[in-house]
Design a protein around this ligand. Structure first.
Ligand SMILES: Nc1ncnc2c1ncn2[C@@H]1O[C@H](COP(=O)(O)OP(=O)(O)OP(=O)(O)O)[C@@H](O)[C@H]1O
Length: 315
């Protein structure tokens, strides 16, 4: 768990963060998002003592970080930043293995783990492990940075715009891989992004910051359905209803147990609910049969089901 207790930070002028209190639960991925300059990176850097709070306390695993040795603290907390900071004179493989080698992990074990992580990040180890950082593109370097942070197997991860230099397709792939990985490794993660879609897709909860204050903290669904203020609604942008639907599956909105007849089209239960809406509107189907993984009809979905959702405030 990462906890902020009444944390204020100033750099001499007005407070950049003011009386922030929040908890990132164990195994949770919390997103920090907000306009440029609202204090996201500052909040992150207080956790591993790259910055010290002006007042208040930060606890990691229940212990006040101010009382801990920064070097030991940073070994427990992985840090992934936008400009990766790879060591230029070490190969990609050596960069990824660096922290495990300092911690005394045997060569064979850390080598195998490094290759596994590079492959997971879409970098074929045979092709990339022997290269130097300058021989990689910016996006590839960023992926090596993530592999390196994971190689140390820290309990906590701080990630500051880790996917920002990637093209949209690579970014979507990495987000998907990262979600799978996150489910497997169960780390506690604080993640800064500018990208609302990335926040809604990855975050267990999303903390929207505005000028050093928490404007709203909630699950993606809560934020979309009940933005706490006009600021949050504006920040999440146009199409909130559709975005909220995309977080739900067809299974969530269907009427179970009914069939619409053999003439009706079919839609898989695990697709996003927005896709059902798009089919119903675009192709003029009155109803769709919802099918499970083996093609069995398990319910129906109609336009009126979406109207009912809207009227109940659920979408
Ligand atoms: N070392 C510093 N000295 C003085 N002011 C600083 C320092 N670091 C950050 N600031 C100021 O604190 C405010 C918050 O900065 P921070 O980097 O946390 O914002 P951010 O939300 O991460 O912004 P961005 O999205 O643009 O990266 C900004 O006004 C910034 O200029």
């Amino acid at each position: 768990m990462i906890e902020f207790h009444d944390v204020t930070k100033t750099f001499g002028g007005p407070a950049v963060l003011e009386n922030i209190s929040l908890k990132v639960e164990r195994g949770e991925l919390m997103i920090l998002i907000g306009p440029s300059g609202c204090g996201k990176s500052t909040l992150l850097r207080l956790v591993n003592r790259m910055l010290e709070p002006t007042s208040g306390e930060i606890r990691v695993g229940g212990e006040n970080v101010g009382a801990q040795d920064p070097v030991g603290l940073r070994r427990r907390i992985g840090y992934v930043i936008q400009s990766v900071g790879l060591f230029p004179h070490l190969t990609v493989g050596e960069n990824v293995e660096l922290v495990p080698s300092i911690s005394g992990v045997p060569k064979a074990v850390r080598g195998a783990r490094a290759r596994e992580l590079l492959a997971l990040m879409g970098l074929e180890p045979a092709q990339f492990a022997g290269r130097y950082p300058r021989q990689l593109s910016g996006g590839q370097q960023q992926r090596v940075g993530i592999a390196r942070a994971l190689a140390a197997d820290p309990e906590y991860l701080l990630m500051d715009e880790p996917f920002s230099a990637l093209d949209p397709i690579t970014r979507a792939n990495l987000q998907e891989q990262f979600l799978t990985l996150k489910r497997e490794i169960g780390k506690t993660i604080l993640f800064v992004t500018h990208d609302v879609d990335e926040a809604l897709r990855l975050g267990d909860r999303v903390c929207v910051l505005s000028a050093g204050h928490v404007a709203q903290l909630g699950t993606p669904d809560e934020l979309l359905r009940r933005p706490a203020s006009a600021f949050v609604a504006d920040f999440l942008g146009e199409g909130r209803e559709l975005r909220a639907l995309a977080l739900r599956t067809v299974r969530d909105v269907m009427r179970p147990g009914l069939a619409a007849g053999t003439a009706a089209g079919q839609i898989p239960a695990d697709l996003g609910a927005d896709q059902a809406l798009s089919r119903l509107l675009g192709q003029g189907d009155a109803a769709l049969n919802v099918v499970d993984g083996v093609g069995q009809v398990i319910g129906t979905v109609r336009l009126s089901d979406f109207a009912a959702l809207r009227d109940s405030g659920a979408a």
